[in-house]
Design a protein around this ligand. Structure first.
Ligand code: PGA
Length: 252
């Protein structure tokens, strides 16, 4: 059985004052029945780890470089994330793919580096609106899935995959539940085909405008094991409501 995961992606938001939100989430969920993860900007990882110490909240990065060290100004290695106390890293988010030209090859190399360092990789993929309108959603997602995931070291404990339709991120628009189920069921089948039993154990998150008022129905959808939450993870009250919805969701 897959343990559900509520993950928050703070993106380029948050300063020291925002750590009060982390403390509030920790207090509201001292012993959650689901896994909790928050991914702040790199500048806050160390302080968030300390703010969340003793709680159920794991802390992750939002990106890492594929190389272990070297002349890469502004970048962060997987080892630096673990050194700061992170246990997870988001990779291949559509904003990285768009803003920084990351390809499936780039993302796979980063994911391999993350796993080698002992980080859990949360690999993101999803179609653009034009691709959905052109009926290309499943081929696009299939291609990204095949190209972005590492080959070695993949288990249900080392890899999480997040389906995030680009047109649903930060827009308040959400696919229908049938559309989410269609993509998640196909991803599950492809993961099982490629990784066998491990493919059954990999958590599949939905991401894109998950809010307290739509979380419950999304979490009841086939092969949805949790969410990657952007905007609604910034305030403890919203994220806490999403966590509560996930705790109330039917078992996978
Ligand atoms: P959103 O972002 O919840 O603000 O739509 C989700 C994400 O990009 O991970």
């Amino acid at each position: 059985m897959r343990r559900k995961l509520a993950a928050g992606n703070w993106k380029m938001n948050g300063t020291a004052a925002s750590l009060d939100e982390v403390r509030a989430v920790a207090e509201a969920h001292p012993a959650p029945s689901v896994d909790l993860l928050l991914c702040p900007p790199a500048t806050l990882i160390d302080r968030m780890v300390r703010a969340a110490a003793g709680s159920a909240i794991a802390v992750g990065g939002q990106d890492c470089h594929a190389a272990a060290a070297g002349a890469h100004t502004g970048d962060i290695s997987a080892a630096m994330l673990t050194d700061a106390g992170a246990t997870h890293v988001i990779l291949g988010h559509s904003e990285r793919r768009t803003d920084h030209g990351e390809t499936d090859d780039t993302v796979r190399a980063k994911a391999q580096a993350a796993l080698a360092e002992g980080l859990v990789a949360v690999v993101c993929l999803g179609e653009t609106e034009a691709q959905r309108d052109a009926g290309e959603t499943l081929p696009v997602v299939g291609r990204q899935l095949a190209g972005s995931l590492p080959d070695a070291g993949v288990t249900g404990a080392t890899l999480v995959v997040a389906y995030e339709p680009v047109w649903a991120i930060g827009t308040g628009r959400v696919p229908t539940l049938d559309q989410i189920a269609e993509v998640h069921d196909v991803m599950r089948a492809e993961l099982v085909g490629r990784f066998g039993d491990a493919g059954e154990a990999i958590r599949l998150l939905y991401g894109g405008s998950v809010k307290p008022d739509n979380a419950g129905e999304i979490f009841a959808t086939s092969n949805v094991d949790g969410a990657l939450v952007g905007g609604a993870s910034l305030a403890a009250t919203d994220f806490s409501a999403v966590i509560a919805a996930l705790e109330a969701a039917p078992a996978a």
